[in-house]
Ligand binder design. Structure first.
Ligand SMILES: Cc1cc2nc3c(=O)[nH]c(=O)nc-3n(C[C@H](O)[C@H](O)[C@H](O)COP(=O)(O)OP(=O)(O)OC[C@H]3O[C@@H](n4cnc5c(N)ncnc54)[C@H](O)[C@@H]3O)c2cc1C
Length: 408
């Protein structure tokens, strides 16, 4: 009987396992994950889940794996991969032979240079365990220092303010959300945080991050010292490529795959946060995405291709973030845009359309309360997929429905 092995029991790995069964695969499936829990959702860890009781929000009820005849191994890490022998070594001493392998090893939070690694007062946020530690200081009378004005840092800052903790947020660059988010949107987000009482500082240079007397101690290059009950390091993530690298697979800002999610080794696929892949709608440019929907879609696609479907990646990138009552949504890739056209949809609600030099829509970013921008972002995504060159005047005119542009 064929044996398909999936390494990494996160969003992507879990989705791939279920997709294999949904697509009729009746061989053996083994899903191996380092974490002690069945696969769970990560986005709530910085949002509503962090404000609540921090129980893991499971992707599927743990018994679903047994019902689907999926062998789920938790608390077990794959420590070796022999691509020629089609075999994987596990931390519990087991060795698994595979016919097809999927690497869905995700990403890990980047550590702050020279800071204590395993500290109660200096943490990053990637796992349920991290969220539990963080949750303990999110209360009135406690002070949280967030290092990095990216999505995770900002979401945690918003949650911390909701729960009554004091928050100082330190960003090294001149503004928050510098990577992939237009200035107008980032400005609105920053102002909102300040209005909520976050001491948000940009252009700050940190000299050192240490721990002393039960506090995190941040020394800035101007000699100011900031103390906090916990410093949350939110300076990005790096793909988990060690296993693939040691096995000799091609690495290029992640495990390098082709447009079918095939790695450089036979019968090994990679998908989700751990891989970089060529995106045809952007001229085959190689990208690595850290996004929930991408992990799901690539898990499903990898499963199809492990079964021989031979389907290319075609999805348009999409990402969302929740902070306070605001939701930010971004579709496409905005770098390379020369025009940024704004469609106002009401007070504090707008969409920016990003066009390249030929007038092609390549990305759209929207912000507003709840779901206010969701529909238009979805339509923008369809326009991007259709490689449309929409009339700029129609994009900015609120009374022109985007749906009509799609029909055109
Ligand atoms: C706090 C937080 C908030 C987020 N919010 C959003 C959001 O609002 N919107 C959005 O689009 N995205 C969000 N994301 C990103 C999204 O959660 C990720 O893109 C998604 O989880 C990636 O799924 P993945 O399966 O590729 O990787 P992961 O979720 O990282 O899962 C990989 C799993 O593989 C395991 N693993 C690694 N190496 C091995 C090994 N050798 N052996 C066995 N197991 C291994 C890891 O322990 C991990 O459990 C957020 C992420 C975080 C951390």
């Amino acid at each position: 009987m064929a044996h398909f092995v999936i390494l990494g029991a996160g969003e992507c790995g879990a989705r791939a396992a279920f997709a294999l069964r949904e697509k009729g695969f009746d061989g053996e499936i083994t899903l191996v994950g380092s974490e002690p829990h069945a696969p769970y959702e990560r986005p709530p860890l910085s949002k509503a889940g962090l404000a609540g009781n921090v129980d893991p929000k499971f992707i599927a009820a743990p018994q679903t794996y047994e019902a689907g005849n999926i062998r789920l191994m938790t608390g077990v890490t794959a420590t070796g991969l022999d691509a020629a022998a089609h075999a994987v070594t596990l931390s519990d001493g087991d060795r698994l032979s595979y016919d097809q392998l999927l690497l869905a090893t995700g990403a890990s939070a980047r550590a702050f240079p020279n800071a204590p690694g395993d500290s109660r007062h200096i943490r990053s946020l990637r796992t349920h365990h991290d969220a539990v530690t963080l949750r303990a200081v999110l209360q009135p009378g406690k002070r949280l220092a967030v290092i990095g004005g990216g999505f995770i840092g900002l979401e945690v800052a918003a949650t911390a303010r909701r729960l009554g903790a004091d928050v100082v947020l330190l960003e090294g660059l001149e503004r928050v959300l510098k990577r992939g988010v237009p200035e107008d949107v980032a400005h609105l987000v920053a102002e909102r945080h300040r209005a909520e009482g976050v001491d948000l500082r940009c252009g700050v240079s940190i000299e050192s991050l240490t721990e002393r007397d039960g506090k995190a101690v941040i020394r800035l290059s101007n000699d100011e010292v900031i103390e906090a009950d916990l410093a949350l390091v939110g300076i990005g993530a790096r793909p988990n490529t060690e296993l693939a690298d040691a096995a000799g697979l091609a690495i290029d800002n992640g495990i390098a795959v082709d447009d079918r999610l095939r790695t450089s080794a036979a019968d090994i696929f990679a998908a989700g946060d751990c891989c970089s892949f060529p995106l045809a709608i952007y001229g085959g440019r190689r990208v690595r995405l850290e996004s929930w929907r991408n992990a799901q879609e690539q898990g499903t696609l990898a499963a199809a291709n492990m079964l021989g479907a031979d389907e290319p990646v075609s999805a348009v990138p999409w990402f969302w973030s929740d902070q306070y009552e605001m939701t930010l949504q971004i579709t496409g890739l905005a770098d390379g845009a020369v025009a940024h056209l704004r469609r106002d949809l009401g007070e504090g609600v707008f969409i920016l359309f990003h066009l390249d030099a030929e007038g092609r829509l390549i990305a759209a970013s929207g912000i507003g309360p709840g779901n206010t921008v969701a529909r238009d972002i979805r339509l923008a995504e369809m326009l991007i997929a259709a490689r449309a060159h929409p009339d700029p005047a129609a994009l900015t005119a609120r009374n022109v429905k985007l749906k009509t542009l799609l029909a055109a």
